[in-house]
Write a protein that binds this ligand. Sequence first.
Ligand code: FAD
Length: 442
Amino acid sequence: MNQYHVLIIGSGPAGLFAALWLERLGVDKIGIVDRYPYPAGGLLNDGKLNFDYRIGIDLDELQIDRATAQGLMEDIKRILTGFPRCRQVTFVNHTKKIQELQEIAREHHAQFIAPEQWHWGTDNGKAVVDYLRGHLKNTDFLLGMEISSITQKGKGYCITGKSDQGAVAFTTKIVLAAPGRSGAYWFRDVAKQLGIEHNFGPIDVGIRLELNRKFYDAITDVVYDPKFIFRTGRHDDRVRTFCTNPGGRVRMENYLQFKLVNGDALSRRKTKNTNFALINTIALTKPFSDTTEFGQMIAKQFFLLGGGKPVVQRIGDFREGRRSSVANFDSTVRQFGICKATCNATPGDISLGMPARIMDNLWESLKKLDKIAPGILHPSTLMYAPEIKFFDTHFPTDRDLETNIPGIFVAGDGTGKSRGIVGAGISGIIAAQGITKKYFEP
Ligand SMILES: Cc1cc2nc3c(=O)[nH]c(=O)nc-3n(C[C@H](O)[C@H](O)[C@H](O)COP(=O)(O)OP(=O)(O)OC[C@H]3O[C@@H](n4cnc5c(N)ncnc54)[C@H](O)[C@@H]3O)c2cc1C
């Protein structure tokens, strides 16, 4: 049985940056395990990088101040933007145009954030991962191995799972769980067995809009991935734009019992469309606070309505209260041809699957956004559902990201410590520093 000092579960940005920092700090016998044969996690997707402490980083959750976040972000930036095909797409020194947009947004009761942004594109994903992996000299990659259990053994832990070749088992002094969103549910079960404290955080539920890019270029030419934040009048809820892909495509994410929508862009081949997510943050209280279960119920409902695929509806149909249909989907009479769908979803009725309060909030925000960027509500614009971000199980930790069970640390999106590549990397570094300080420094 292989024995490690630190075993990291998950080879996404949280796991990779943790390994990188552990090596730098002189820790040896490090392993990264991942269920897939290629180490990467979400690094293979799109690669928009937001360098702003307000995006994807929760200072309170990480128990760091702005200056510390800024310092860690610089460390991550030095490494990620060192990849030769990563290019800067938003320059914060475009101050005049950004200020104008901030003012227009304010007039419509919205907040506008313009972070420094870089992008490599999905077609460069594998090259980025190879580049990052090249920074790691002494870490074992244990790939194609799905971990099922973590149990206490002596002063450390025994980790077991399976691979194509059969059962696998390792022992380790320290576990760093960075399983991402796809492993969040699994880790929650393991946490229950180990007595790791956890509770439910909010989730983001909404839609992805796809429109002819000419309606949004005036904004995305200034800020590649613009962040508009709305407070809705009727429910006082928070709705925001997220993950904008100029010239991009809408993509399906496959889960066992449902499908979600997402979006990305290639660096070399652009479409005529832009897509972005519009999501509503939802927190639940007693008697039902399990936001994962709630999100999954919504996702399954759309899965049923769409016959196993997400649902898509034209704004023109939505406004008139009718479902979209295959027969009329590209109707030239109704000017639907102006936006050709890039994702094969089922034409239908979004409002059948979306809870009324969320639908209200999304529509109210869209109408405001249409005043800031006139034309986005053209009849041809597409609304895909569901777009759901499951960042919902929250693990209380100390400032080193150690849970209440000594020797078990957490990082990344799946444990509520980040939302995005840069934030996940930052949480991985904090955990690595904490592990070294507590367990490996003389
Ligand atoms: C289509 C799409 C586009 C995106 N675009 C962007 C973007 O442009 N910019 C951005 O900042 N973010 C983007 N994201 C989000 C980004 O991918 C995540 O925020 C980030 O990858 C989270 O990093 P992580 O290390 O926490 O987890 P992940 O990157 O998800 O890595 C977790 C890893 O853990 C492994 N794992 C889980 N459970 C187990 C287990 N039991 N055994 C073994 N291995 C396990 C998984 O296989 C996975 O490889 C996008 C996501 C998607 C889906």
